[in-house]
Every structure is written in C-alpha cells, then in structure tokens.
Write a protein of this length. Structure first.
Ligand SMILES: Cc1cc2nc3c(=O)[nH]c(=O)nc-3n(C[C@H](O)[C@H](O)[C@H](O)COP(=O)(O)OP(=O)(O)OC[C@H]3O[C@@H](n4cnc5c(N)ncnc54)[C@H](O)[C@@H]3O)c2cc1C
Length: 362
C-alpha cells in the first residue's frame, strides 16, 4: 500500500482523519516520514482558544484561522468528511477512498464549521455585529466557552446587559469548586447575571423573551448557544472500529495511543477515552507521542520500543476578558492579573502559530 515520492522511493501511507489540534500537529510532525493524507471537513486549522476574542474583535480571527496548506508543506490535504473506514481504506462522504498503512483518528468533537477560511472569517464578522448591535445578550451554557465569551463581552462592552443560564449547579464543572467560585465572583463584579441549575427553552422565543426551566423570564436581544458538543465519533459506529468505542462514544486506546484491537490505528485528542481533561495542550501531547510511535513503526522498529502516553499534571486557565483570568494548578487556584498575564493578552495564539512554523503575526 506504499506510495512513491518524487525520487521514486516507496513511502508508507498514513491517513489522519480530523484537522483539529491533535490531527494537525500530528500531520505536521510526520509529513517527511511518510505519505501523509490529512482529511478534514474544512480547509483550515483553527486555534480554538482564540475564538471568543474573535467574536468581539473579528480581526483577531485572521491570525487564528489558518489554511492547512499554510503550515503543511508535504501533506496531501483532503477537505472532505470521512464517512466510513475499513481495515485498509477510509471513505469520504463525497465518494473518494484513501488506502492506508496506518490510520489516525482525531475527530474530537462534532461541530459544524464553514468549509473555507473566508467563510469562517465572515462568520466572526457576523458574530461581532450581532454582539455590537444588541443591548442585552443571553449566553446559554456556563462551561468554558460560555464563561470566556461572557468575559470578553463584559470587558469590551461593559454597557451591555449579560445573562448566563447554566444547567449545572456551578459554572465550569470541569475544574474544581474554588475556580468556579472565583469565576462567579468575577462575573458578578462585572454585573453579569448568572442563573444556575436551570435550562432555557430555545423553541418558540417571542420578542426576545426567554423562559427558564425554573420559570424565570429573561429578556435579551440575542443569544449565543455555548453548550458542550458531542464526541465526533458518530461516523465510526457502523465501521470496523465500532467495537473500539466505549458506551459514551469515546475511542478506547491503549498506553501507546493505539486503538484497542487495531495495531495500525491510533486515536488522539478529545475523542479518546483517557480519563483526563479534554484540552488542546493535552491533544498536542497525544500528537507528539503518536508521531513518535508512528515514526518508529514506519522505520520497522520493535513494538517493545513504543512510547507510552502518561497524563501529565493538569492545568486549567480560563481567561476573563483581556487582562484577567482564573488558573487552577494542582495545588493552588488563583484569579486576577497573573492568570491574565499568562493567557488573556494573546490567548496563546502567537505561541501556537510559532509551534506550527508560522510567524506569530501575519
Ligand atoms: C471555544 C473553545 C475554547 C477552548 N479553549 C482552550 C484553552 O484555552 N486551552 C486548551 O488547552 N484547550 C481549549 N479548548 C479545548 C481544545 O480546543 C480541544 O481540547 C482541542 O481542540 C481538541 O483537539 P482535537 O484535535 O482532539 O479535536 P477538535 O479540535 O474537535 O478537532 C476535530 C477535527 O476533526 C474534524 N472532523 C470531525 N469529524 C470529521 C469527519 N467525519 N471527517 C473529517 N473531519 C472531521 C473537525 O473539522 C475538526 O477539525 C477550547 C475549546 C473551545 C471550543
């Protein structure tokens, strides 16, 4: 199943499905070691941790929405949706097929994105206009996306009335209660109304009036839905990998990040069943380990030499506008300017661009 390169030498084929953090970084690491195909439903990589800033400052999106072809010089990019996989091939929804020697599944979370970079940039312009023209805004969901969006709007548009409605009993349930409380205190100090332990009925909203499950009424000019996205594995449920999905649809992987029961298939990023936070910097660590193991296997190395993935200590950084934030380290949780200095200025966008071999600015 090998492909030949320009010099006529044979190269093994690696198909990477998913061009998010995990798949994109892996494809970049492997691009000179194999014939690499990156299959993604969109033509670009997006630095997700900059996306809430782009909603209040759309020019920010120009640095964080990056065509795959800008950082991958030696990868075959296929902008199509993967629909099926067998033991030797991946099939796209638009009828193409790609043979593989090694396969990497990195389809993270399901979301619908515009296909092209210009469309994505226009989307951010439209979101900005929606925020700018509203006097009151409802944010549905108090996880990291909802909270960070509230932070951006509260700082850049302090005159707007903001409400967050969250189904859980505390904000940011993926971190500890101290971090949740510090975040809540900050939002209240910015006059954001936070309604916990209730949901909003988004069907049949009339004249900007929303009803919550606890009978409260919220009036808002617009809303943003910031609830969690399902795992991106629905396309695998009728395939050769179906028995490697756990009951929550996560891909079960071994200590080398190989999909259980399939020695030539790796699973990386948010789609895996590893018990740890689902975070981008962790997806990058998965990509590093899988790239190392693939390079070994591509050279015919021994399985006993495969690297093991071990979760490192977890850090959560939540930005609250441009200068402040909350940081949860293993032994301490802090809020204010120090986490703000670490993350909130550039939101690691320049750093991530450098890691992709690009200039921090355009
Ligand atoms: C708004 C927001 C802010 C965040 N902030 C931070 C942060 O500050 N720090 C941090 O560490 N993490 C952060 N995260 C989490 C981080 O973005 C994720 O952990 C990371 O993106 C996971 O990477 P992934 O590659 O596994 O999956 P994803 O990023 O979900 O990528 C999956 C890719 O697969 C593609 N895809 C899906 N299905 C198919 C298919 N069938 N065929 C082809 N392509 C497919 C999608 O187009 C996408 O490109 C944030 C996430 C969001 C949404």
């Amino acid at each position: 199943m090998a492909a030949t390169d320009n010099s006529g030498a044979e190269k093994k084929r690696v198909v990477v499905v998913g061009g998010g953090v995990a798949g994109s970084f892996l494809a970049r690491s492997l691009q000179f070691s194999a014939h690499v195909v990156l299959m993604d439903q969109k033509e670009y990589f997006e630095i997700t941790w900059g996306s809430l800033r782009a909603m209040v400052e759309p020019s920010f999106a120009g640095r964080m929405v990056i065509n795959h072809s800008d950082y991958l010089s030696n990868v075959q990019i296929v902008a199509s949706t993967a629909a099926n996989v067998t033991d030797s091939e991946v099939f796209t929804a638009d009828g193409q097929s790609f043979a593989y020697d090694y396969l990497v599944i990195a389809t993270g979370h399901n979301d619908s994105f515009p296909r092209t970079r210009p469309e994505r940039l226009s989307h951010y312009e439209a979101e900005f206009e929606k925020i700018k023209s509203a006097s009151s805004i409802l944010i549905v969901g108090g996880g990291p996306t909802g909270v960070e969006l509230a932070g951006e709007i509260a700082v850049d548009f302090p005159e707007k009335k903001l409400t967050i409605v969250h189904r859980g009993t505390r904000l940011l349930e993926f971190v500890g209660s101290k971090a949740s409380q510090k975040t809540l205190d900050w939002l209240i100090s910015k006059k954001v109304e936070v309604l916990l332990d209730q949901s909003v009925n988004l069907d049949g909203i009339t004249d900007g009036v929303y009803q919550t499950s606890k009978g409260e009424t919220i009036t808002a000019d617009c809303h943003f839905l910031c609830t969690g996205k399902p795992v991106g594995s629905s396309w695998l449920t009728e395939t050769t990998l179906k028995d490697s999905l756990d009951t929550r649809g996560r891909l079960m992987v071994d200590e080398h990040l190989r999909v259980r029961g399939h020695n030539n298939v790796f699973g990386i990023g948010d789609i895996t069943d590893i018990k740890e936070m689902k975070q981008g910097y962790i997806a990058q660590q998965h990509a590093q380990v899988a790239a190392k193991n693939l390079k070994l296997l591509l050279k015919g190395g021994k399985e006993s030499k495969l690297a093991k993935y071990k979760s490192s200590f977890e850090v959560a950084l939540i930005s609250l506008g441009r200068k402040e934030g909350v940081a949860q380290f293993p032994l301490v949780t802090i809020s204010g300017c120090i986490p703000g200095k670490i993350k909130s200025g550039d939101l690691f966008v320049g750093k991530t661009r450098k890691e992709l071999g690009l200039k921090p600015d355009i």
